[in-house]
Structures are given as structure tokens and as C-alpha cells.
Write a protein that binds this ligand. Structure first.
Ligand code: 9G3
Length: 578
């Protein structure tokens, strides 16, 4: 392609609200433009990269035996009412009416649609297992769209759905999708980890998320550098470091009973810790929540954070909002000074970090007062303990004992074992060998295709611009002519352009009437793997090469170019020029 004619509107500066590097770079390099909050157009370069990602996905999904199809984005509300999700999802599910006033949803996901198709079209065990997939636009009215394509309201997803007769069949489908994902993300050049995850509202049992490692990622993953353990912090478990030496010391002064202490306005752990001169891990925070209408007080060691997903699972609640200050008063306590001792007719549970604590500080259930020297075993002997905390730095792998590491990640894939959640609610069943009707067992598997594009850029850029992996770069070679008025330079450029294109390389030829500096800066910003510059040595048929990732620059004679590209790209676009 000749750059003069291409729509590649590069920018020097971007709007201040573009916080993520990939968002800034995709705007500056002319890959995308925002139409509305969380809604983007793909300009030619952005679409080329997006299509390369889709090609990799299709190749791996097809190789895994999945069949591509395409489902509508407009879903009649009846389907979502049949699965019960019309009312489960609030404003995030975009809804509209047609000219006859019938209600529709813009598809946020396609369990309802695909299960209905299978229900209508597959009845015999002979047609199972089957895995269907599509690459389709999804709509989710995110409360806070941000970071460009990383969290949009209209985005491209590859969603696959497997249909099996048995649980072990689902296990096989799940494994083959999992392996296909490993291949896909590897070929896309992503640094990623598969982590154990929480299945959330979608339900089901096993589920893994594929996390692209990036500081801008909204998810925190906990992983062990010595064994394979890796989990989303929502689900991650760790082993507490030995109870702090304080609790172990035999000679901890055993006070006969807790002692009330005046702690005016000391409502935060930090304030309290400084005021009483005790470390946070010796303070117990009491969190009052409302579990499906019932007040519960949760005890947690002061240096830990509550994990709401674990809490919901521990007490079997759907929602665990904080208790209002008024309701805390009704409990006979007061916000900021809640404590487990002396609280009547309210259920109290504790995180395992609290077990065995000695000489602890708790709220006194009285304004501006706390209790010191609490002995858990003595003062709260009936306590029930659960794991309801976020794993914290310093904890060790419950699998192998090695200290756990933490990293931020962008969720680019998510695979679920759904079971019969949708097949039973929507009536998708099959007749087995004996003609007995059984519900079909499902799995579902998503990849955020547009999010993958942004994640790849998050992992592949420097201060001058994008550094494309060769597998998905919009163009493999950037051919620059320094002076387009110079006959010799244009002739040699034309020759190189034709040779490379005939050999199958995608070449962007910068034939613009621009100063050399502009061309070099744009080439670094666009970031294609190999730049070939035709300049003043054209008369000697000498050109200059620059590798975008390694930065190495060297001269070649025109006749060496083709073999050089073969060796350079053969090695996946890494430098072969030592
Ligand atoms: C909705 C809205 C948002 C949603 C969903 C439904 C997330 C929803 C979970 C999934 C599960 C899997 C198939 C591909 C892989 C992921 N956000 N999820 O179901 F109506 Cl508004 O999408 N679906």
C-alpha cells in the first residue's frame, strides 16, 4: 500500500483522558477513533491487526474441532426472560423496542440464542458432542467505559459453546478449548497466565481466566513462582505466615479480661494502630454487612481486606452490602466502633486470620471506645471461622509453600463449565441410546478480540510508539523513500516494493511529500517490525534497515533484501542480524 493514499491520521498529542498506553497509542497511530464513550471505529490499520487476531483465533478454534457460525446481535426479550436473565441484568443489558413495540436486547452474550438453536436442531446423542463458535459484536452498557478498547460498550468477542452428553465429555471439550486458548494467546505474542477464577453470576463449576500481564489490568492475579498455582485474587487462597510472633510468645501478659480504652475519633485501623501503638495485625476490624436482609458482623485481622466473593460463598448469600449506620445503631453498636464482644442477636463470623489471636484490639460497641487485650479463644470460644479475606503479600502457596507473587492482569479470555444451567432452563435435551431424554451439558468460552488487540499493544510499545509482534502487525515492512522527487530513489523503491509484495510481504510504502524526520518518527510510532529506507545511497543500490524491536540498524544491498526478510520474519520477526 502507498501511504500517501491511506487513511492513517497520526497524532502528536492525544486527549488527556486517554490514561492507558494502548489507548493513547491507538489514537496517535490512527488505529481507532472514538464515536461515543466506549464505542470505537477501527481505521484501516486497526482493522488489519484485528483481522490478523481473528485469523489466528479461527485457525485454532477450527483445529480444535469447533464450528464457526454467526448469531444475531438483536435478541427477542422472550429468550432472556426464559433464562431468567432479563431481570437479573440491570442497565448493563442494552434494551430497545422495534416498530411494533416488541422488546429486544442487544446481545451481551449468546447463551440463550445458541442453546435455543441446539434445542431446536439437536435431539440425538449421535449429534453430540458439538462446539459452536462465532466472532460477533457484543453490547454491554458499562457504567465506566475506560482505557479505550480495554473496557468498551460495543466490542468484538469470540464466544464458543460446547454441548456434551456427559460430564467427562464436557471435561474433554473444556480441555481442548483451554489448549486452543494457550495456542491463540501464544501466537498473538501475549505474555499471559491461565488462572483459577470465580464463575460469578454465570454459574457453573470450573472456570479459568486467561490474563494478559499488564500494570493497567484491572484484575489482580496471585501466582506461585515455584509451582503452577495461579488464581484471580477473587478466588486465590494462601497460607497465613506463622501467626505473628506476638501471638506465639508464651509470656504474652494474660490479662484477666478485655480492658476498655478511650479512643476518640479513632475509626480507621491506621489511626487506631498509631494511637494505641499496636500493629494492625493485632487489631480486629468488625465489618457489618447485610446478607440477603440479615445483619452479619464479619471479623477480619486489621492488615487484611475482605473478599466479598468468598464471603458470599461462605454464607451462601447473593449480595453482601454494608449495613447502614442506622442499622448498626439498631444492633446496639455504632459505626467505627463495632466489636464482637457484647453484641447481642447478630450472627458473627470470623476470617481464619483471626483464629487464635491474643492480646487483640476490638471495637467496644460504644462511641470513641475500643477493648484491648482480647483473647479470642477465651472471649469468643464459639466463633466460626471461614476464609473470607483477600490473600495478601507475604502469604505462601498452599500448594508448595513458596511465597506467593502478585501481578495485575487484563482478562482476555474466560472459559467456563456451565453444566445444565441453560439447557435445563431453555429445554435443550437429547435422547440417549435408550431413548431417554437427558439435558445437554454445556461449556462456554470467551475471548475479548478487541481487548486482545489493546492488550498486545499494552505489552509491546516504547516511548516512540508501538512495537508490533510480527504475527499480527498491520504491515510487515515499512518502506521509506527519503526524497520522492528523486528519480533514482523512487525507481529503487518501486523495485523493492514490487519484489517484497510478490514474495508475499505486506509493505507500507511511505511515498509522502514529507520531511525525512516526520517519516522516521511516524515509522517508529506505527511500529512495524522492519523499516527499509531508500535514501542518498540509492545510486549505489544500498539501502538502510532498522529493526523496530531491537533498534539495530544496518545497511544492505538491494539484492540482499529478500533473503534478509526471509530470515528476519522466519524467526517470527526477531532480529537475525547479530
Ligand atoms: C449480560 C450482561 C453482561 C454480562 C453477561 C450478560 C458477563 C454475562 C458472563 C459471560 C459468560 C460467557 C459466553 C462467552 C464467555 C463468557 N457480562 N457475562 O453473561 F446480559 Cl449485560 O459472558 N459468555
Amino acid at each position: 500500500m502507498r501511504q500517501q493514499r491511506l487513511l492513517i491520521p497520526t497524532l502528536r498529542d492525544v486527549p488527556g483522558d486517554a490514561e492507558a498506553a494502548s489507548h493513547r497509542l491507538m489514537l496517535r497511530a490512527g488505529l481507532i477513533r472514538q464515536l461515543s464513550s466506549g464505542i470505537y471505529s477501527y481505521l484501516p490499520l486497526g482493522l488489519k491487526a484485528l483481522q490478523h487476531i481473528q485469523t489466528i483465533i479461527r485457525e485454532e478454534m477450527d483445529a480444535a474441532g469447533a464450528q464457526e457460525m454467526l448469531m444475531p446481535a438483536l435478541h427477542p426479550s422472550e429468550l432472556w426472560k426464559a433464562s431468567g436473565r432479563w431481570d437479573v441484568y440491570g442497565p448493563e443489558l442494552m434494551r430497545l423496542e422495534d416498530r411494533n413495540g416488541r422488546e429486544f436486547a442487544l446481545g451481551a452474550t449468546h447463551e440463550e440464542v445458541v442453546t435455543t438453536i441446539v434445542k431446536d436442531e439437536i435431539h440425538s446423542y449421535k449429534k453430540l458432542p458439538v462446539t459452536l463458535y462465532q466472532i460477533q459484536t457484543k453490547y454491554r452498557d458499562e457504567r465506566r467505559p475506560r482505557f479505550g478498547l480495554l473496557r468498551g460498550r460495543e466490542f468484538l468477542m469470540k464466544d464458543a459453546y460446547s454441548f456434551d452428553r456427559t460430564g467427562s465429555g464436557l471435561d474433554d471439550s473444556y480441555k481442548s478449548m483451554y489448549n486452543a486458548y494457550v495456542n491463540i494467546f501464544t501466537r498473538c505474542g501475549l505474555q499471559f497466565r491461565a488462572v483459577e477464577a470465580d464463575s460469578g453470576a454465570i454459574g457453573g463449576t470450573d472456570t479459568h481466566e486467561f490474563m494478559a500481564l499488564a500494570d493497567v489490568g484491572e484484575d489482580t492475579i496471585v501466582h506461585c513462582t515455584s509451582c503452577q498455582y495461579a488464581a484471580n485474587i477473587e478466588k486465590a487462597v494462601g497460607t497465613l505466615p506463622e501467626q505473628s510472633e506476638h501471638n506465639q510468645k508464651e509470656n504474652v501478659l494474660q490479662h484477666s479480661q478485655p480492658v476498655k480504652v478511650h479512643t476518640p475519633q479513632m475509626t480507621s485501623i491506621k489511626q487506631l494502630s498509631q494511637f494505641l501503638q499496636v500493629p494492625p495485625h493485632q487489631i480486629i476490624k468488625s465489618i457489618a454487612i447485610e446478607a440477603d436482609g440479615t445483619p452479619i458482623v464479619v471479623l477480619l485481622r486489621g492488615d487484611y481486606e475482605l473478599n466479598e466473593i468468598k464471603l458470599k460463598q461462605a454464607i451462601g448469600a447473593n449480595d453482601v452490602p454494608m449495613l447502614s449506620e442506622a442499622d448498626i445503631l439498631k444492633l446496639g453498636s455504632i459505626a467505627g466502633f463495632i466489636g464482637p464482644i457484647g453484641l447481642k442477636n447478630v450472627r458473627i463470623i470470623a476470617d481464619s486470620s483471626v483464629k487464635g489471636m491474643r492480646d487483640a484490639v476490638v471495637g467496644a460497641n460504644e462511641l470513641d471506645y475500643h477493648l484491648q487485650h482480647v483473647e479470642l479463644e477465651r472471649d469468643l470460644p464459639m466463633m466460626t471461622y471461614h476464609d473470607v479475606r483477600n490473600v495478601a503479600q507475604g502469604e505462601c502457596c498452599s500448594n508448595c509453600g513458596h511465597e506467593l507473587s502478585f501481578a495485575k492482569g487484563i482478562e482476555v479470555g474466560h472459559v467456563f463449565k456451565l453444566g445444565t444451567k441453560y439447557s435445563s432452563s431453555l429445554g435443550a435435551s437429547f435422547n440417549d441410546e435408550n431413548g431417554v431424554s437427558e439435558p445437554i451439558i454445556m461449556g462456554c468460552y470467551g475471548i475479548g478480540v478487541s481487548r486482545v488487540l489493546a492488550a498486545i499493544i499494552e505489552q509491546n510499545y516504547d516511548e516512540r510508539g508501538i512495537i508490533w509482534p510480527a504475527s499480527i502487525t498491520p504491515f510487515t515492512v515499512h518502506l521509506l523513500t527519503v526524497h520522492v522527487q528523486d528519480e533514482t530513489q523512487m525507481k529503487l523503491s518501486e523495485e523493492i516494493y514490487t519484489t517484497l509484495k510478490q514474495a508475499g510481504y505486506s509493505v507500507l510504502w511511505d511515498d509522502r511529500e514529507e520531511r525525512p524526520g516526520v517519516k522516521f518518527n511516524d515509522a517508529d510510532l506505527l511500529g512495524f517490525p522492519l523499516r527499509i529506507t531508500v535514501g542518498k545511497k540509492a545510486s549505489k543500490r544500498i539501502i538502510e534497515c532498522k529493526e523496530r524491536r531491537s533498534g539495530s540498524q544496518y545497511e544492505l544491498s538491494a539484492k540482499q533484501i529478500l533473503t534478509h526478510c526471509h530470515s528476519f520474519f522466519q524467526t517470527g520477526g526477531r532480529s537475525s542480524h547479530e
